[in-house]
Design a protein around this ligand. Sequence first.
Ligand SMILES: [Fe+2]
Ligand SMILES: [Fe+2]
Length: 592
Amino acid sequence: MIWDLRSGDADDNRTSPYGTGWKSLIFSNVLEFSYLKAALAFLILIVIPALLVGIAPSIVLTYSRHTLVTAASVGRNPTLFVFLVLAALLLLPLWTGRRFVSIALDNYWHLHYTLVFPIFVALREIFRVVSERLPGAYTQERIHRRRRAATVFAALLLGGAGLALAMSVELSVGLKIVDAERVAPWAVARAALGNAAMVFGFSTAITSAFWLWRELSVSEPVLDWPHPLEPAASRFRVAHLSDLHVVGGRYGYRMETGTHGPQGNKCVFDALERLAAIHASSPLHRVLVTGDITDAGIRAEWAEFIDLIGQFPELRSRMSLVPGNHDINIVDRTNTARPDLPWSASKALRKLRFVFALDQIQGDRAHLIDRKSGSLGLSLSDYLRDGERPKLLRALAEYGSLRGTLEIVKVWEAIFPLVEPPSGEHGCGVILLDSNAPSNLALTNAIGVISPTQLRALRSVLNGSPQAAWLVLLHHQVVEYPVLGISLSDRIGLALMNGPDLLAAIAPHAGRTVILHGHRHVDWVGITGETVVCSAPSVTLGMERYRGRFSIHEFAVSSAGKVELTANQRVKISESIPLPHDFERIWPGEAA
Ligand SMILES: [Fe+2]
Ligand SMILES: [Fe+2]
């Protein structure tokens, strides 16, 4: 035999730097990149929202002028007709204004999360890397102080740049108001973009000040867990697995490692088998999987996962999942240069597959939060079967219907955070967050953000249950590990942009809340302020010292909801998951 096809080929290495090397990966990306699609996406994601934000002041001012003119004519000519017109002019904004304001605000936040926030995170991390390289003996507190100083510097620089932009637009052209009565499209577009630049300049300055305040006010040092943990029985036992990266078949390879990494899903099966044995001898209350369940969110991978866990019904009935970037943000597993358009059916299908898996595994246990009252709402399975919804979702699954695509966007926004309430005394409830930033290309697929709507709902769950203990699950890491030498690409490309917002929401409830995440493929338990943070390694990928492992945590939960980490067992699944040597990066924890 010249070549054994079962051991993979060049196609399996197309997305892995270990197969083809970085240079050829970049070269093929430049060639494969669809510039037409990128231009369209730029227009839809950046230019149109900017136009909407920029044109809003003109519409508001022109409308107010009309209302004033009508009001003045009421004084001169008080007929019933003019009174009615005035009443309509005053009532109309109250009626339709909320919708208009909410569209403008959505576009504004969308632009901030797409443009401004990533720039802030990139600047902050560059300064942090520089600050950590300055000479000096390092303790974890010292790393923390240097990182804070770098944050201050980044916020001041970005805020200053925002002010400079706003001032320069005002000084050169002034605040351009477009006359809505005599519309000339190009003039409107130019003026709207000018307005948008000014709005963004000022708002960047203001939000930089906010981020600075946020990071300084909630940022406690991030420390390794201080004491050794002893095994203890009869506590709340939780298995924490992450980043399974399930592939579509027994000969499949993973995007990150190509043929240099594990093939098929035997490693995942081994992990579940090991976990089932642990559960049989010492029962677990929950099995938590913090995202990247599949390698690229394709149907065959989900089918494999459902089949795998079907063999372990005891684990499945306790399992909770959150979505990772590999589950919903990988546009094409064989071509990292391919961008996605916002209305793409395959993007909608990736979300749909995750929702179907959630429904199958925990649909009856997980509840939505009622957005109005902030209390526990319908179960996921009832919500998904409400009215026309099943028909629309089935149409999306069957033939990628546009109505189904629009429906899954609504569903996705409505369901997170999902809540599994605590069962019985001395138990923890589980809150599931979606921490994936919207992404349309490979470069930004792994960046995270938690939407303001989710943060609001999270706060109302925590405030509304003062006696309950909660495990908060998300895919992205909330705080950077307290070690030196973490690569800039990991710090920026894998960051949860608004980690401090999540910490601020949890801080008032820190003694009864534990955060669990995956994503970085690193095994770490630590603490920031009073909040315990558990980072799970990957069952299949990552550095030699972490991969092929999962954790069992034990928590003591008091009747007042106080939760304490009492024990932790790291389980190594197998000795033989192969990965290339150059995959190892230096983990300079020992240097700290
Ligand atoms: Fe992962
Ligand atoms: Fe990830």
